[in-house]
Design a protein around this ligand. Sequence first.
Ligand code: NAP
Length: 519
Amino acid sequence: MEQLESYVSGNWVKGSGKPSILVNPATEEHIAEASTEGLDFGAAFQYARDVGGKALRALSFAQRGEILRALSRAIHAKRDALIEDGIANGGNTRSDAKFDIDGASGTLAYYADLGKQLGDAKFLVEGDGIQLARSPRWFGYHALVPRHGLALHINAFNFPGWGIGEKMACAILAGMPVVVKPATSTAVLAYRIAKLFVEANVLPPGAFSFIAGSPGNMLDSLSEQDVVAFTGSADTGARLRTHAGIVRGSVRLNIEADSLNSATLGPDVSAGSDTYRMFLREVMRDMTQKAGQKCTATRRIFVPEGMVNDVRDELAAMLRDVQVGNPATDGVTVGPLATASQLRDIRAGIELLAKESTFVTGNQAFTPAGVPEGKGYFVAPTLLHCTDPDAAKAVHAHEVFGPCATIVPYDGSSGRVVELIARGAGMLVGSVYSDDRAFVTDMVMGLAPYHGRLYFGSEKIADQTAGPGTVLPQSIHGGPGRAGGGEELGGQRGLALYSHRVAIQGARPILDAVLELKK
Ligand code: NAP
């Protein structure tokens, strides 16, 4: 069986001891193993800080951008082989795997372009300076400078490719070395990408490290200039928040966690309209793409009471049409969940939701296609209907990280639906489908404080968007409250996580020259 290696201090190394076993989630076949036992995290982290950090800080944004472009190309050149890894270890359909892999290369390419735009500078000066007293000579600026630590990127199992790309793009462009720690269960794809990055030979020594296997005691080796960007469950996120290694040095921590995202059908939308079809299509895509294992997937579907029957029947018909099974088999459109423990969690979560809702579809027996009997981590796409959203608790609080969502009726008023959506206590994305400006205005004002991103579907853009479930590098990703309180991406904003903001005061001509401001 293939043993995945870690890349630390400029070398590929194998862990010792009892490894974690990585499987094909459609067949449960063992395909690889990984262990971090025996790795010296302290030495690896110090090498990244001392060697990688120094080298990256010496480069301009344009030069760092060129590195990102080469990494993007390295992924794209091996796209077909990477898709096979996504299918075998991630349970991805071909289209799911492309979404992950193209997301990685696309985000790296986007930040490569940003690096080119930022040009020869090595750090950012924010906004205009400020006169600090009566004398116009005493002046102040704010600058964003690269932190002198490392960026530890702890990723979730669901996007092993994109997770690497989106975090690395911002950190490398900002001038910080990265240590990538993918989720162990789906690490094969991440490992292949790590190999491509090292083979591309464009990253300065120490700028990139890769950990294959469990985190062990790595957090004990953090220090105050480091940044931890974590994506995963709220439970793990909460453990990280209070970890001594993070608390001790006020290590900057960004958390991207669970989210009870919503899709709302506006009261103005009639069955059969373009906006209505867009709503159905995008809810359906979010429920089934990556078998619903997307942090941005819709979990709650808010529908005006008079439209519930139409939406319920149409969505159920669409969901019954999908083919669940081994993604290596032709015709399969929904693959398995990634692990046995996800299967247990999702089944338990659906049971919990079903205590306060009724099944529309998903509770019938089914046979996944192309799978040895009794094998694989499959659930049927499941739609529930919650008739008493005031009494229901789990629908607003329990994220079922699979192909499952619940229809929740509302009275058609913006006030009521905002109040129900807000019960999710902080979300990554909320989508609203309406062509009524007054309703959209109310929704913007009501929903904004509870979301990282709002997405408005309407007739004019019905066939022109990537949908609410796609995270784009131009817009921020993250959400308040339950979603972790983090913020990533958002164009140039994404560099702030990896930079230290410093106020600089002094004589204006000197500062202007030092900061190379052209006045
Ligand atoms: P998880 O179990 O919390 O694991 C996430 C990552 O944390 C893995 O790399 C894991 O490593 C690592 N980890 C676990 N314990 C750790 C510790 N004590 N110290 C350091 N690292 C530790 O989450 P998951 O099951 O992979 O992901 C599913 C969850 O992620 C879902 O709830 C989903 O909503 C959320 N998610 C959020 C976003 C977002 O952007 N907001 C995106 C995707 C997923 P091992 O795998 O080696 O244990």
